[in-house]
Ligand binder design. Structure first.
Ligand SMILES: [Zn+2]
Length: 122
């Protein structure tokens, strides 16, 4: 993978489950090999750029990306809280880790102002 993993450890289980599910389909020769080019956090969600696979593996990836928007990127806890800093950047975290958002984006936490907001009900 050219760019590596650019997201928090809290999404490890999502990525681990995604990879094993994709590989199961590839091993059964239902689809071509899937190659991840980049995995990162973007606008509070997991974003996976890949090649290969089929509609099934594309759907698995989309499901993982959607699940990340309900999963704390720091600890993996499922919550509906999103941290937002004063620049408007958002990050999916639980309440406990909403204060860690500054650590992700700023070397000096004093320059960031964090408030927790609820995501809109779907
Ligand atoms: Zn958390």
């Amino acid at each position: 993978m050219h760019w590596g993993l650019e997201c928090g450890d809290g999404w490890f289980s999502i990525l681990d489950t995604l990879c094993s599910s994709i590989q199961r389909r590839v091993d059964r020769q239902y689809s071509s090999q899937v190659v991840f080019g980049q995995v990162k956090e973007k606008v509070s969600a997991l974003r996976i750029y890949s090649s290969g696979g089929d509609e099934y593996t594309d759907a698995l990836i989309e499901f993982a990306e959607q699940l990340s928007m309900k999963t704390c990127e720091v600890c993996g806890r499922m919550d509906e809280t999103v941290g937002r800093n004063k620049h408007g950047w958002i990050k999916t975290t639980c309440v406990q880790h909403s204060g860690d958002v500054s650590d992700f984006y700023f070397n000096n936490p004093e320059t960031a102002s964090i408030s927790s907001i609820k995501t809109p009900a779907v």
